[in-house]
Design a protein around this ligand. Structure first.
Ligand code: FES
Length: 486
């Protein structure tokens, strides 16, 4: 009986990112069937994986959790109802497998009886041949090959994943992600960097309607928005109120920067994190009833007591209610003074946004260079976390050119580099000769035309960088920019 696994589950089983598996598929070293991997193929392609020892797997998971921040990968058991439904399904699988085994056992008894029957009145040679067949069958039934023990361990691990999570495919975009713990479809999509259409996130507006194409879902939160009977009959659900029971395919719209309306909300200061005298992070908590919809790399306005500032968002949309902005301290900047001297936890903040179109091109399979100048690290951080959660880019190089605030989140960048094989962190000290530094970076990429470049900094810095990257002597790259002072 063939057993097919979606790519994201294979990635979990073997402890590799999805893009590494896609690379293997393109290179012909991993065969797929309709985008899925057959279990035997999995064991053939990864003979070195110790299926019965998950120490290495847990080590990789721990590094990833550290890199993504705990709040992103918080582990929880699935909702009770969902858990019961998944266990029931597993019970059905087990019962079917047991029934099949009983059947095979019966067939073996019949074969034995049949051999007895045929043996009568047959020549010595025929009886000898039949005896050999019987001995062959009994010997193979009695000994369990070592390979079967490994297969058993791999299947056991995969079953645990199927209890703890379900795989989701979104149509027509083709996005795929797993729903872990007690997340709804919407929460899991956002955690995985998939920006589905939604509004209130608590069952009131109907904006998160989607249609279940295949698989089973269960309502895990009550909702006030009433679906019409015709919608229910067509399999329409609210993604903020439903969780998948098993692997599902859902028809839903993915939002681009143009689709997300400007929102206004009153949020709270969660904390102020002063990195050094030149730079602080303002951590904002959106109300439970009104989260901010945005895409990684966009900007927001933040105001308190009539003092206002526009900042690039440094957090990832996958971080639920948490919004982070980085605030450089500059002479005459009233909002920065407020952040460094007066704002404290629970103070009210007006938030408006998102603005701008500096967002990740999810369709692009190209390698990516992120180029951050000073506080331009903020939107770049947001994009990197988005790119990581989607596991799309073939490789990611982060060049961070520091200003007087230094590489104020150097440890975070180093943790990313530790956690991800395809991530390179290249910090650059402040320099008076930016032109020379940029030229030396460009020289390191003879195949620059293959890259997408996302750059953020002051308008003047971007003016200097752009021509070198997109119209130098070599063919240019694709260029996206966010001028923080524009
Ligand atoms: S987001 Fe409003 S009902 Fe789901």
């Amino acid at each position: 009986m063939s057993h097919l696994l979606p790519l994201s589950r294979v990635a979990k089983l073997v402890g590799l990112p999805r893009h590494a598996l896609q690379e293997m598929i393109r290179g012909g070293t991993l065969a797929t069937f309709d985008g899925m991997v057959e279990f035997d193929e999995l064991r053939r392609a990864f003979p070195e994986v110790k299926w019965d020892d998950d120490a290495e797997f847990r080590r990789v998971q721990e590094i990833k959790e550290k890199a993504f921040a705990k709040r992103v990968l918080e582990r929880a058991l699935p909702d009770k109802e969902v858990l019961v439904a998944r266990l029931n399904e597993l019970g059905d699988d087990y019962a079917a497998a047991k029934a099949l085994l009983l059947h095979y056992g019966n067939v073996m008894t019949w074969v034995d009886e049949k051999i007895d029957e045929i043996e009568e009145d047959k020549s010595v040679e025929t009886r000898h041949a039949l005896h050999s067949v019987r001995a062959f069958l009994l010997r193979h039934l009695a000994e369990i090959p070592p390979d079967a023990v490994l297969a058993q361990a791999a299947i056991a691990r995969e079953r645990i994943f199927r209890i703890m999570s379900a795989h989701v495919t979104i149509l027509p975009s083709g996005h795929e992600f797993d729903v872990d713990g007690n997340d709804t479809l919407l929460e899991a999509a956002l955690r995985n960097g998939v920006s589905l259409n939604y509004g209130c996130s608590n069952g009131n507006c109907g904006e998160c309607k989607a249609r279940v194409v295949s698989g089973d879902v269960k309502k895990v939160h009550a909702h006030d928005y009433a679906l019409k009977e015709t919608e229910k009959d067509a399999g329409v659900i609210l993604m903020c109120a439903y969780a998948p029971v098993n692997d599902v395919v859902i028809e839903a719209n993915v939002a681009g920067a143009h689709d997300i309306p400007v929102q206004q909300l009153v949020a709270k200061v969660k904390s102020v994190e002063v990195f050094n005298p030149h730079m602080a992070a303002l951590h904002i908590l959106a109300p439970r009833s009104q989260r901010l919809r945005y895409l990684g790399g966009q900007n927001i306005d933040v105001a308190s007591g009539g003092v206002r500032g526009r900042y690039a968002i440094a957090s990832c949309p996958c971080e639920d209610r948490h919004i982070e902005v980085h605030v450089p301290r500059r002479a005459g900047d009233d909002f920065a003074e407020l952040v460094f001297n007066r704002l404290k936890a629970n103070d009210a903040l007006e938030v408006e946004g998102p603005f701008g179109e500096f967002v990740l091109d999810e369709e692009s399979p190209r390698p990516v260079i992120f180029l951050a100048f000073g506080a331009g690290f903020a939107p770049i951080k947001s994009l990197i976390q988005h790119a990581m959660s989607l596991e799309l880019a073939e490789s990611i190089d982060l060049h961070w050119v520091a200003d007087e605030a230094g590489h104020y989140q150097d440890n975070l960048c180093r943790t990313w580099a530790d956690a991800l094989d395809n991530f390179n962190y290249l910090p650059h000290a402040p320099t008076d000769d930016l032109e020379a530094l940029l030229k030396s970076i460009v020289m390191d990429y003879p195949d620059l035309h293959r890259f997408d470049i996302y750059a953020a900094g002051s308008a003047a810095q971007l003016e200097r960088a752009r021509p070198l990257f997109v119209s130098g002597e070599l063919p240019g790259a694709r260029w996206f920019e966010n001028a923080l002072d524009a």
